[in-house]
Ligand binder design. Structure first.
Ligand code: AMP
Ligand code: MN
Ligand code: MN
Length: 321
């Protein structure tokens, strides 16, 4: 993939949209706003930014995130010259924004999910990168783009959160070198840690403790899962944000091989978040239309929580744990 093509495409595009995935995390939001800053700085162009679900409060610190529009606020008949998806593993992850993607003159897909099939005109998918933010920084370096503090804060956020604070197995010398570059630009690691991790309200912490307390341990404790129902969040007066880090907490137990969280969705379906130490969970989630990475993946099931758990357990048990 000729990275210089991206320069030409951005140069020749008047209207540009940058799109993030449903249930946004630090990487998709950091990548979106990072790309916004880089294009503004290097091409003197202002892009539109799009989210398809609520931005978690803790990510409000990301520079320029307040400029992002929700899909309901955007004119869906608009034809963009260029739509850039960031951290979007599959096209259905941008939901209704797909109409804007389909209508665009050119499309770009910047991602790091190995299950990404390369659904755009131009695809920058690096399965070995820690995060889409790392891929963007690599592109910026190759193209000699200037990187300012705003962009560095955004991209550091993506690398920090997708590596679980530089701890997961996707932490590499390259992503640490990039993070070091960003620190030299002015990013303060402890500030970033506080923004991304010291953000639980009392209600959120108590709701998370409740969900750990009701976890179910199976097969010599090699499988552990918990459930999150709407009524749980109502009881603790919190929203879905409380669950961040929950599935990793269950994986952190010494006996765990696979952990998952089954979350009840508004439409009656169920969102599965899965983590593993050995088995490829992107493969398991792929069977249900989802995907992700070897040790961190997810899928959305149409059936209810109980049915979803049954199906997931059936697939998990086909593997040696
Ligand atoms: P989560 O459990 O939601 O934190 O997701 C874990 C990883 O799997 C992330 O990299 C997600 O982007 C990816 N992922 C989650 N759900 C899906 C899905 N339905 N399709 C593809 N990738 C997914
Ligand atoms: Mn993501
Ligand atoms: Mn990511």
């Amino acid at each position: 993939m000729e990275v210089v093509q991206l320069n030409d495409i951005i140069k020749s595009s008047k209207n540009i949209l940058i799109t993030s995935h449903i249930n946004p995390d630090g990487d998709t939001l950091g990548s979106m706003c990072g790309m916004y800053s880089l294009i503004k700085l290097n091409f003197k162009k202002k892009c539109d930014m799009l989210v398809v679900s609520k931005i978690p409060d803790k990510y409000k610190f990301i520079p320029n995130i307040d400029l992002a529009k929700h899909i309901d606020e955007l004119d869906k008949s608009r034809e963009y010259d260029l739509v850039i998806n960031v951290d979007v593993a599959a096209i259905d992850r941008i939901c209704d924004a797909k109409v804007l993607f389909d209508k665009a003159k050119k499309t770009v897909n910047i991602d790091h999910h190995k299950t990404n099939i390369g659904y755009a005109d131009l695809n920058f998918v690096e399965g070995d990168a820690s995060s889409a933010s790392e891929v963007i920084y690599s592109i910026a370096k190759q193209l000699g783009w200037k990187v300012n503090l705003d962009a560095a804060i955004c991209l550091y956020t993506g690398i920090l959160t997708d590596t679980g604070s530089f701890r997961f197995n996707n932490t590499t010398a390259r992503c640490l070198e990039y993070a070091a570059d960003m620190i030299r630009i002015g990013v303060i690691p402890n500030d970033m840690f506080k923004h991304c991790y010291e953000t639980y309200t009392k209600d959120m912490a108590l709701c998370q403790a409740y969900c750990v307390d009701k976890a179910v341990f199976l097969d010599d404790d090699k499988i552990v899962y918990t459930t999150v129902y709407k009524k749980d969040m109502e009881k603790f007066n919190t929203d879905e944000e409380f669950a961040e880090g929950l599935v990793e907490r269950l994986r952190a137990i010494t006996t765990t091989s696979i952990s998952f969280v089954a979350k009840e969705m508004k439409n009656g379906g169920c969102k599965i978040s899965m983590r593993s130490k050995k088995v490829d969970v992107a493969e398991i989630c792929g069977l249900f239309g989802g995907g992700g990475h070897k040790f961190a993946a997810g899928c959305t099931m149409k059936c209810n929580v109980e049915e979803s758990i049954k199906k997931i357990l059936h697939e998990i048990r086909k593997h040696e744990l």
